[in-house]
Design a protein around this ligand. Structure first.
Ligand code: HPA
Length: 234
């Protein structure tokens, strides 16, 4: 068992891990979707569990919100704990008219307002992307499970949930961004740099054009679709 400043390992961590932002959602997933879950972390309330799903070993860890938090957990999971497949399952705000509440978005690329990539000192702009193997498998699983409202494209990883720039959503919309969340760029960059696979699967929890928002009860149901896709990726 290994230790880092953020993970005090008390059980095995699988090669494939689901990464919701909310630690209580991690607990919910372990209790309701895993067989024989064992808790592997509780440091800072970042609850982590390992069990099996569809006969395969799988883990889940609540990462908290934002790029720095995802940067820490994804770095440690890959480099210290040997995790190979990291699948963020989260919510996003949609910014296109043809996307509705509860639809699912698979993020091919992660545009970002974050400066996380500056640490890599590249002589240009890096384009963080999902791993094709996971993306292809997720799309096939969604089709097999009969899910219709799947959108695949570019997402925005934003540093500010409460932005002072009232024009920014419209500008990103014009560039074809499907939805806004806050962690994907760190996940995709760390996966690229440290040679792991990553994918971001999002459920639309609110619509930034229409100002519609989901209810807690409905979110639970719609998250089930996203989790069912993610569980096939182990
Ligand atoms: N912005 C950023 N992250 C989000 C949003 C949003 O509007 N909705 C859900 N996660």
């Amino acid at each position: 068992m290994k230790n880092t400043p953020h993970i005090n390992q008390t059980a095995e961590i699988a090669e494939t891990i689901l990464l919701p932002g909310d630690p209580l959602r991690a607990k919910f997933i372990a209790e309701n979707f895993f067989e024989n879950p064992a808790q592997f972390n509780a440091v800072r309330g970042a609850l982590g569990f390992t069990g099996t799903a569809n006969g395969k070993k799988i883990s889940v860890l609540g990462t908290g919100m934002g790029v720095p938090s995802m940067g820490i957990y994804s770095y440690e999971l890959i480099n210290i704990f040997g995790v190979k497949n990291l699948i963020r399952i989260g919510s996003c705000g949609a910014i296109q008219e043809n996307i509705n509440l509860y639809d699912i978005i698979l993020g091919i690329g992660s545009s970002t307002t974050s400066n996380f990539g500056s640490q890599f000192c590249l002589p240009g702009v890096f384009c963080p992307t999902a791993s094709w193997s996971l993306l292809e498998k997720a799309k096939k699983s969604a089709d097999t499970l009969g899910m219709k409202n799947i959108h695949i494209g570019n997402i925005l990883c934003d540093d500010a949930f409460y932005s002072d720039d009232s024009e920014s959503v419209n500008k990103w919309k014009k560039m074809g961004i499907l939805g806004i969340e806050m962690e994907s760029a760190a996940l995709y960059m760390n996966a690229a740099r440290y040679k792991a696979n990553a994918l971001c699967i999002l459920t639309v929890s609110d619509h930034l054009l229409t100002k519609e928002a989901t209810t807690a009860k409905d979110r639970e149901i719609s998250f089930t679709n996203m989790i069912n896709i993610a569980l096939t990726l182990a």
